[in-house]
Design a protein around this ligand. Structure first.
Ligand code: LLP
Length: 431
């Protein structure tokens, strides 16, 4: 199965890290997000270890917490000694509440509000990744009022078009994030930043996109970013010490997916950085990456209860579950593909082709079309695999559906890390 953490026990039930998922559904209710702690920790270590192995300079891993943000996740990232990328006051607040050290936080966002910038400065975040000129000037003003000098990186669009869904491409010029390289905008921004007295430009950042299976775009990014850093050094007499290459490492959603192993991705990035440094005559910089999906995505699942099974003759069969786009909007947004398994029939053949539908009042509320699962019946438990990233973090209360609980499993044990929302929670902020 997709990940070594998934298995099938003697009852024929799907297990994750030794925990029976059918029992989890009974004990904690459905829908239920289930995350494998060992796998998440292992993913953090794989990135860190690869940098140790392949990079002579300093290298940092920032967990892109937009993929899955809650107190326990920041505690785990902290415990693993990695940094965190936050993109809003809310993520920053959550990270700090979890005791995450502010100096290991990078603050992102393409339209940070004045309040968010002030919050980030007051919290003493390690760096702020500045997206645009308005923000640069505003940040400098706020830092001046507070009498501090804030470390910043500038977000660059390196002009790389990678093969992924249009909505999750971010490296090309027609994109709302950052400064474009090819029209001189990025260079101008660096020159402006160098003149400001309450920001200290320490580096540049790029993020080319998400769920990428190729290595070439990352290699290209290394070459382009180092060439740009050298250009800045020569033209502005300014040496940048840090280059952040963002996230985007693809994971296995389908049996047929072939993601690049983490060790290999990092080996290639480090090699390319070193090659480019030699080519352009630039000293080895501190480098960093920001993986999100590849840290929390793969050895995780969502459990649902199957309600009705509706066959429309000669057309299709809808298998409806007790969640949907409210807990996983990714099919509706990106036609994202998933494998699904009837958890209580995991040993049986997956030869029933169907459309897995949610319970929202929306025809597009589908979890998957053309899914192959075991013959479903009302009351079965359905597991949708590899839902750790961008599911809980993108969940909503559409149709006033309470958000599911999340449990973390590890070596046969389970614990709740996010409680299920109640109906009362839904009206809590209503006046
Ligand atoms: N760094 C920056 C600046 C980013 O914008 C992102 C993702 C990451 C790092 C982490 O990328 P990852 O390693 O997870 O691919 N909701 C979409 C994905 C949006 C990604 C947004 N930015 C999805 O469900 O596929």
């Amino acid at each position: 199965m997709l990940n070594h953490s998934f298995s099938i026990n003697e009852k024929g039930h799907l297990t994750l890290s030794g925990v029976d998922t059918v029992e989890l559904a009974t004990e904690y209710g459905t829908p239920l997000y289930v995350l494998d702690e060992n796998d998440i920790r292992n993913n953090c270590r794989q990135f860190k270890d690869a940098f140790q192995k392949y990079y002579e300079g300093n290298a940092k891993v920032y967990y892109a917490s937009k993929a899955f943000s809650c107190l326990e996740m920041y505690r785990i990232a902290n415990d693993e000694g990695i940094c965190a990328d936050v993109v809003s006051g809310g993520e920053l607040y959550t990270a700090l509440a979890a005791g995450f050290p502010a100096e290991r936080i990078g603050f992102h966002g393409n339209n940070k509000t004045p309040d968010e910038l002030a919050f980030a400065i007051d919290s003493k975040v390690g760096n702020i990744i500045v997206d645009n000129i308005t923000e640069l000037e505003l940040l400098n003003e706020i830092a001046k009022e507070k009498g501090v000098c804030q470390k910043i990186l500038l977000r660059i669009k390196p002009g790389i078009d990678c093969h992924t869904h249009d909505y999750i491409k971010t490296g090309q010029i027609d994109c709302k994030f950052g400064f474009a390289l090819e029209n001189g905008e990025a260079f101008e921004a660096v020159a402006s930043a160098c003149k400001l007295s309450n920001v200290e430009l320490i580096g540049i950042h790029c993020h080319i996109g998400s769920q990428i299976f190729e290595t070439q775009p990352f290699a290209d990014a290394a070459d382009i970013m180092i060439a740009f850093a050298k250009n800045i050094e020569q033209s502005l007499n300014k040496t940048l010490s840090e280059i952040n290459f963002g996230g985007g490492y693809g994971i296995k959603y389908l049996e047929t997916d072939k993601p690049v192993p983490k060790d290999e991705s990092i080996r290639i990035l480090c090699e390319e950085v070193k090659i480019a440094c030699t080519k352009y005559g630039f000293s080895l910089p501190n480098i960093s990456i920001e993986p999100g999906r590849s840290i929390v995505g793969d050895a995780n699942l969502t459990l649902y209860k199957i309600g009705n099974v509706k066959t429309i003759k000669d057309i299709r069969t809808y298998v409806s579950v007790d969640g949907g786009m409210s807990d996983n909007p990714r099919y509706a947004l990106y036609q994202a593909e998933y494998e699904a398994v009837v958890a209580n029939k995991a040993k049986e053949e997956r030869d029933f082709v169907c459309t897995i539908a949610g319970k929202c009042c929306e025809s597009g509320d589908l979890i998957q079309e053309h899914a192959k699962i075991q013959t479903p019946e009302a009351g079965d438990t359905l597991a949708v695999l590899a839902t750790g990233a961008y599911n809980y973090s993108m969940a909503s209360n559409y149709n006033r559906i309470p958000r599911p609980a999340a449990v973390m499993v590890r070596d046969g044990n389970a614990r709740v890390i996010i409680k299920r929302e109640t109906y009362e929670d839904l009206i809590n902020k209503d006046v």
